[in-house]
Design a protein around this ligand. Sequence first.
Ligand code: AMP
Length: 421
Amino acid sequence: MSGAGKIKAPRGTSDVLGEQAAARAVVEERARALLEDAGYERIETPTFEATELFARGVGASTDIVQKEMYTFDDASGRSLTLRPEGTAPVCRAYVEHGMHKLRQPVKLWYCSSFFRHERAQAGRYRQFWQVGAEALGSEDPALDAESIALLARLLEDLGVAQVRLRLSSLGGHAARREYRERLSEHLRANEERLSEDVRARIDQNPLRAFDSEHPGTREAMRSAPLLSEHLSAQDAEHFAEVRARLDAAGIVYEIDPTLVRGLDYYTRTVFELTSEELGAQSGVGGGGRYDGLVQELGGPPTAGIGWAAGIERILLAGAVTPEAPAPVDLFVAYDGVADHAPVAAYALLTQARAAGLRARMELAGRSLKNQLGYANTLQSRYVAIFADDGQVALKDMGDGSQQTLGADEVVHAVLRGLHAL
Ligand code: AMP
């Protein structure tokens, strides 16, 4: 065989090993408990979707759709895209399964991986994981408050440090359309100070100018009209009601009228949670209302609100300690000299597992001495050693006592011993 070069995981992706995997499991389990207790049901959508879903759902002028999607044609020539976010797929599923006929709101949560062709750096990857929660079919401001409170609670439970919650309202579609025009006018009047990027999108997506780090653009944005000053009476009322409920729940937030999220579908309430721990990529989670999205995707007019939080960033900014693995109940050791011993040991391992014991044995032909050392490392409660004559010496590692038994008696003796504890 010719020596082949090593193949590495693609840039911006990484393997999740050992403790990292265990820490992620803690995040997922905590999210599951919190969200399912609040009436959210798990949903799994496919890893790839028709490209059209994101082009229409996320918005053609967004960074995600313009630059960041992993899009490919499959063997039958259909354009597919690895999901860059979770809200559009959940809305697609809501329409596809006629969920508007269920009792509203329909509340769904997910924990999945997403794909964006971004500049990879600490806290920003090309494949990353999000926990997300979406609630469809109600405009009730209590649903906004519940959704935000659940995210804040999740981050708090996971020890995410120095969290800031920023909140704003983008208003409804009509107010937003009108506001965009005013903002475009403002940008055009200040065109020479703007970054090239912002200038190119004055008409397409003027709101994104608020996100710019470019000094001239920031300067120009200081005197920009604010959306919060252009909300309709109804939208302003809705926002006040959301705030009243957040106040009632004791949730601390800051109103930030410049908060614009990078996706086009948001209406009314938007929010973002950041952590000082994270440096440049400070966003831990965020979301908002998307009252027009289901209709945009071919469904009935349906309100919706949701959020997503990045698991890698939660782990970077949080204090998640995975539980230590449960101790082994029985280690089955054998002396390789006797031919029948490995087979008999394996039979015992199988019996022990069938009886619900956490059982292990040597699987790479090491010496008996080495096996016993490993059993110690695993902190096994019992060790069974097969002797040449087929008898088993069963050692209680707690008190050091030992008894000789037939192979068939071992599982019973261990169960008895464990129950006596
Ligand atoms: P978004 O879907 O852009 O609103 O992002 C929601 C959350 O997902 C962010 O606050 C981050 O925690 C996380 N996130 C978004 N993009 C990435 C990425 N490229 N790498 C890691 N985490 C990300």
